[in-house]
Design a protein around this ligand. Structure first.
Ligand SMILES: Cc1ncc(COP(=O)(O)O)c(C=O)c1O
Length: 407
């Protein structure tokens, strides 16, 4: 009989042969340090005897083990329940969801906000609900934006990374294309979508120039603040840092990075949120965000807005960037994300292994996550790292860099 199954062994071997196979390494807790276990497949993991410093997490403000946030999650579990029990539209809407959404709208300076069960769902849900004819998308946008465009079945026009000249020429081309077809210029709905901070390159989108271009061509702008929410002025993102709230129609983000929880959000006008509540399938047909996650995110946002935690993160970022650059490493980006780019994937693996032996965890980032020849270690400090931790991380990079011939 013909074998119509899947040759998984072959697929895995090919990943292994190309230094592209990924594995899971559990840790005992989510914080700036922890005990890791070697990948164990289906076996129960055995934790290492030494504690390692984590320099690769998106828990930027280090709030996942903050007592105030843990207490908020506990209280919500005890008073509201551990899960939402149904879609928000059925019986899963609670006061903690409403509280979170009010605080998100205040932070993002919008009329309303809406929480999803993940940032992935927020992107896919928002883009599909809008049903744009054309999406202009930065070439390095997150997978959830790309998947949203695929599901929305729109024309996706990709422009060069953070390059407004490239965006403008794509907008012009499309306008000419519409004119050639004899369409009225405003017949199509256009959405420009960009991450504000790019997770693998640490770059920041030129939002003001993007808004200028959008306004010239009558397009709407949607900004994904997943890696910025909580880190800039008053706990906002780049949109707030640059004062662009009135020029950007859709702000989205995640609750699962600086806000130390799980879930996503979209913020904008009351009409936008009403449409998404009705038309976003990942909102309508999925159980509401768990109440403890909503309460934890609210408390984390409050801490991000009203404490010195953001300053501590940015001090650590400056210290780490200075140290790595002065050793001679090539550090990309303009944000809290410090990609140490080494090029060759084998070099990235050797560098990651060497710092891991020195009890610093920051895994290699290789194709297909980044283009071939730009393999890197994505180094990210947290607000809760002490100065000594930063020094330990720098020392691990220096010793390994010299050992493997990268310095
Ligand atoms: C830019 C960006 N957008 C969206 C997401 C999805 O967010 P979540 O992890 O909450 O699903 C991520 C996170 O992985 C991200 O990096």
């Amino acid at each position: 009989m013909a074998d119509r199954g899947f040759d998984l062994e072959d697929r895995l071997e090919s990943l292994e042969d190309n230094d592209l196979k990924r594995t899971l390494s559990p840790v005992d807790r989510v914080a700036e340090r922890g005990y890791f276990a070697e990948p164990s497949g289906g076996e129960l993991p055995v934790l290492d005897s030494a504690e390692a410093l984590v320099f690769a997490s998106n828990n930027y403000l280090g709030l996942t083990d903050d007592e105030r946030i843990q207490d908020a999650a506990r209280r919500a579990a005890a008073t509201v329940g551990t899960g939402a029990g149904a879609s928000r539209l059925v019986t899963g809407d609670t006061l903690v969801h409403q509280d979170l959404e009010r605080l998100l709208a205040e932070t993002k300076d919008t009329e309303r906000a809406l929480a999803f069960s993940s940032g992935y769902a927020a992107n896919v849900g928002t883009i599909t609900a809008l049903e744009p004819d054309v999406v202009f998308s930065d070439e390095l946008n997150h997978a959830s934006i790309i998947d949203g465009c695929r599901l929305a079945d729109c024309d996706t026009v990709v422009y060069d990374h953070c390059d407004v000249a490239s965006l403008r020429s794509k907008l012009e081309e499309r306008a000419e294309h519409a004119a050639r077809k004899g369409d009225a210029p405003d017949e199509e709905s256009w959405l420009i979508v960009t991450d504000s901070v790019f997770s693998m390159d640490g770059t920041v989108a030129p939002l003001e120039s993007i808004c200028d271009a959008a306004e010239e061509f009558g397009a709407w702008v949607m900004v994904d603040e997943a890696h910025a929410t909580g880190l800039y002025v008053d706990g906002g993102g780049i949109v707030q840092a640059e004062g662009l709230e009135d020029r950007i129609q859709i702000q989205m983000g995640t609750l699962s990075k600086a806000l130390a929880s799980q879930g996503g959000y979209v913020a904008g006008s009351a009409e936008l949120i009403d449409c998404i509540v009705n038309d976003a399938r990942p909102f309508v047909f999925s159980t509401g965000l768990a109440p403890p996650a909503a309460a934890a995110a609210s408390e984390a946002l409050h801490v991000a807005r009203h404490s010195d935690v953001r300053e501590r993160l940015w001090e650590n970022v400056a210290h780490l960037r200075d140290g790595l650059e002065s050793m001679g490493f090539d550090v990309w980006g303009d944000s809290q994300i410090l990609p140490v780019v080494v090029g060759d994937r084998r070099d990235a693996i050797d560098l990651a292994d060497g710092i891991r032996e020195r009890d610093v965890v920051a895994p290699p980032i290789r194709p297909p996550t980044v283009p071939d020849g730009t393999s890197r270690i994505r180094v990210v400090p947290m607000a809760t790292h002490e100065q000594n931790d930063i020094v330990t991380c720098l020392e691990a990079f220096r010793a390994t860099g010299e050992e493997v011939g990268l310095l």
